[in-house]
Design a protein around this ligand. Sequence first.
Ligand code: NAD
Length: 246
Amino acid sequence: MVLKDKVALITGGGQGIGKDIALRFAREGADVAVVDINLEAAEECAAEVKALGRKAIALKVDVSNSSEVDAMVKQVTEELGALDILVNNAGITRDKLLLRMEDADWDAVMSVNLKGSFNCLRAAVKVMSKARYGRIINIASIVGLMGNAGQANYSASKAGLIGLTKTTAREFASRGVTCNAVAPGFIDTAMTQAMPEKAQEALTAQIPLKRLGTSKDVSDGVLFLASDASSYITGHVLSINGGMYM
Ligand code: NAD
């Protein structure tokens, strides 16, 4: 159990990659705060964590709202006794070609993906620096590294998250807090399953390992960065993309 008795907070933990990370961490011995704008989904995930024999709390939080986020960190530290690991996973897309993209599309994606991660990170790092221990993992994306037509807002938010990761790594290394990013490629989730079969085939053809990624592929990398096996790694961007972008 590489996370025995650690306390982890996962945003967007109600479904998809975030839920996989929450359950993975619980199986490795962590207590988990499952945070999501969708309370029902967060509660279901927290119940599954408890069924694995760990403590869990479910919280309804909009990560783009800094007062909700500050209250969230206070509640987690009071109820679970610490905050060792933060995974900034909550993210949204509002895809459109650049010339059709409206202010609202840009602002929504920036406020959840980038400002939301900043809000959580700023609140969590105060607790972590005091404890002189912390692991922060930001879920970026392959498109933050290579761009993608139709995702000006999303790719900019994920590229920004990589800059935020590196600055946090530099500012808090002396306090025992590491901060890294994971950049998943195309992962087999509801989002990619909704694509037409032809589009999925075209995508898979561009991936040297010839398959889409799974949530487990991503949580494997996140677990490594959350564990003490990565204690000399900070400011790194771990690509989990089957070789699609090197
Ligand atoms: P998903 O849509 O299945 O899950 C995202 C979760 O975040 C949902 O439970 C949602 O309710 C929650 N959420 C949305 N807005 C929120 C807010 N304002 N506050 C709190 N919670 C909020 O997405 P996923 O596919 O599991 O992706 C998870 C992360 O991985 C995202 O950051 C995404 O950008 C990134 N990512 C996904 C892929 C992929 O192929 N699926 C690839 C690269 C990166």
